[in-house]
Structure formats: C-alpha cells, structure tokens
Design a protein around this ligand. Structure first.
Ligand code: NAD
Ligand code: ZN
Length: 347
C-alpha cells in the first residue's frame, strides 16, 4: 500500500507527530490532491498547543491543516467540475447541500458544516482527499504559495466587503495575517483612509509597510487621541480582526454614529460589552464566518489576478512540512506572519 508523510495529532496533548500513513482514496464525488503548498493558520497553532478549544473539538488520530493548494491527482466517481492535472486551492468548509442554509445558497452558514483538518483529515500531508465541490481552480500564473493563502484571504475579503468601505475611513483592529490582508483589501476597494491598532511590533511595522495611514499601539491609551485626530473625530467603519474585547471597546468609542462594524475575530469566550452605546449610536454590526462559497472566491481571485492585492510580503517563513514545529514556534514567538510549508516531493 502506498504511504505518505503526514503531520498528525495522535494524542490529546500539546505537540504534533510526523507519521507515515496510507495515501487516502477518493470516494464518490471526491478528489485526491497532490499537495504543493500548505500554510499555518492561527487555528493550527491552537491545535498544536492543544488549548481548551482544541480539547473539545479535536479528536485524534487526525491529520491537521486546512490552508492548501495543489494539483488534482485522481478523481472519484461522478466528479465533473475538476479533472486530473487541474491546479486548485481548497475551500475549507464542507457543506451538506441540503440544509435550510444551503438551500438558501448560504453554503458558508451550512447547519452541518464540517472543517478540513478539524472534523476530518487535513492538508499537512503529501495528499489530501476532499469533496470535488470544495476545489477552486486557480489560473496558471498564480503560484501555489499564494493560492494556499486564498482561504484566509477570503475571510479578509468577506469582512471588508460586508462593510462597503469605498470612500470611507476605516479602523482595523488586529494586524495578524487576516487583519493585514484586510488592510490590503480595504485599500484596494477604495477606503479613503485606514488606521490600524496592533500591539505586536513586527505586525505593526508590517501594517505600516503595507500602506496603513496610521498605526497605533492599543495598549497605550494616549494613542487613542491620535486615532481621533486622524479620523477628524470618528471613523465610518471598524473591521475587527483581533478577537480582543479591548478592540471591540476601542471600535465602539471610535466609530461615528451610524457606523458599521464587521466582526471576524473570535474571543473564544463571553465578555461584557456596552450595548447601550452600540444602540444609541445606531451602529450596524455583521458577524463574518468563513467566506461566501464561492462568491467571495470570485472576488478574491479577481483582486489577486488584477494585481490590486499582493500577498507575497505576508510570507515571512518557508519551511519543509517536516519542520512545521519551527513554524508554530516562530508564530508563538511573534516572529512570523504567514508560514508556508512544502511537503516532500512537491515541485
Ligand atoms: P492572530 O491571532 O494572528 O491575529 C490577531 C492580532 O490581534 C494579533 O496580531 C494580536 O497582536 C492583535 N491584538 C491583540 N489584542 C489586540 C487589541 N486589543 N487591539 C488590536 N489588536 C490586538 O489571528 P488571525 O489568524 O489573523 O485571525 C484573526 C482573528 O480571526 C482571530 O481571532 C481568529 O480566531 C479569527 N478567525 C475567525 C474566522 C471566522 O470565520 N470568523 C476565521 C479565521 C480566523
Ligand atoms: Zn448545509
């Protein structure tokens, strides 16, 4: 039986194991992808550390990883949308096609949603099997290392699109990988001015380099005045990419009456929030889960192919898949933004 290298969670404990496992077979409606590049998401770091969320959601043995791109290597019965040799990125969310939300065309809000690398084997391996409908064909001139970033990039595109930023002033909280992508998207979609609040120095610097008009350290209350001056009092839009309760509060203070907040960051717990101010300011809030399947992908692809957005500067580390732990540690030390992994034998 053919085998492959895979990064696995074999025990309900911190860490990961590199194992030799059978190459998976695609079933009906599924495809096998020869993985060319994968990348590390914040969720994978949670799984690596095995935090309380992971304890609840991750059931070993499991191959982890979900941000990925590769070549379709074999197709199961009934697959029509892709063929062997197609270059693809992968939508992480597996939807059922038959629940109420799927019937409404809101596949990303499927009531039976499953996630690759969490609910079933994932992409940190030489091969990955997924439903064929989860494949997104990429153009020949898009590199696999950019294509693997399309999944988190889609989160950013969706967050920004829902806030309709054209001609508007924007506060971004959290310049992690997705917040930085959100900055690039907000700029490409015509935000008039953009301020970023981010405490981590490397990420704050990158936000400056990627074109933020102002970057503040939210742990320094005196910088809020600079934020207000910058916005001539108040901002039109708040894009929340940190999940930090303090960032929700900052946005609430800085938004103008009638402003919009688009929320992607997850706090992982309940926390107090000043709803009276939210209501009396007449704010609008929208929660963002995943990406629209596939409307967001169409927009994301267009932003990349047109050159309006370049994700290349976000890649700080490139590692062989076997060295994934170095990538996790670099992220935990605050030294990395996007870490791209190459499995053995990939081009
Ligand atoms: P990340 O953890 O790498 O980035 C979060 C950033 O927020 C960090 O750089 C951190 O320094 C910064 N931060 C912390 N406290 C802050 C504060 N008070 N003000 C401003 N910034 C602060 O995460 P990421 O991978 O970029 O993802 C962003 C968020 O989106 C995370 O909370 C993640 O869990 C969430 N997420 C949600 C979805 C979804 O579908 N809703 C999908 C992916 C990720
Ligand atoms: Zn469904």
């Amino acid at each position: 039986m053919a085998t492959m290298l895979a990064v696995m969670k074999t025990r309900p404990e911190p860490g990961v194991d590199i194992r030799e496992v059978p190459v998976p077979e695609p079933g009906d409606g599924e495809i096998r992808i020869r993985v060319q590049r994968s990348s590390i998401c914040g969720t994978d770091v949670h799984i690596y550390r095995f935090d309380p969320w992971s304890r609840e959601h991750i059931h070993p043995p499991l191959i982890i990883g979900h941000e990925t791109a590769g070549v379709v290597e074999s197709v199961g019965r009934g697959v029509k949308n892709v063929k062997e040799g197609d270059r693809v990125a992968v939508e992480t969310h597996i939807f059922c096609s038959s629940c109420r939300m799927c019937l409404l065309g809101e596949f990303h809000l499927c009531e039976n949603l499953q996630t690759i690398g969490i609910d079933r084997d994932g992409a940190y391996a030489e091969y990955l099997v997924v439903p064929a409908v989860n494949a997104w064909k990429i153009p020949d001139d898009l590199s696999f290392e950019i294509a693997t970033l399309m999944e988190p990039f889609g989160n950013a595109v969706y967050t920004v699109e829902e806030a309709h930023v054209e001609g508007k002033s924007v506060l971004i909280t959290g310049a992690g990988p997705i917040g930085l992508m959100g900055l690039l998207v907000a700029r490409a979609l015509g935000a008039s001015r953009i301020a970023v609040a981010e405490p981590q120095p490397l990420r704050a610097r990158m936000a400056r380099e990627l074109g933020a008009d102002l970057v503040v350290d939210p742990t320094r209350p005196e910088e809020e005045e600079a934020l207000r001056d910058f916005f001539h009092g108040a901002a039109d839009v708040h894009l929340e990419f940190s999940g930090a309760p303090a960032a929700f509060d900052l946005g609430l203070r800085v938004l103008r009456n009638g402003g919009t907040v688009s929320l992607l960051g997850l706090a992982g717990r309940t926390f107090a929030y000043d709803w009276d101010t939210f209501i009396l300011k007449g704010l609008r809030a929208v929660g963002i889960h995943g990406r629209r399947i596939f409307a967001t992908w169409v927009r994301a692809q267009e932003l990349l192919s047109s050159g309006k957005v370049d994700l290349f500067p976000l890649i700080t580390h490139r590692l062989p898949l076997e060295d994934i732990v170095k990538g996790f540690e670099a992220i935990l030390q605050g030294e990395a933004v996007k870490v791209v992994l190459t499995p053995p034998g990939a081009a």
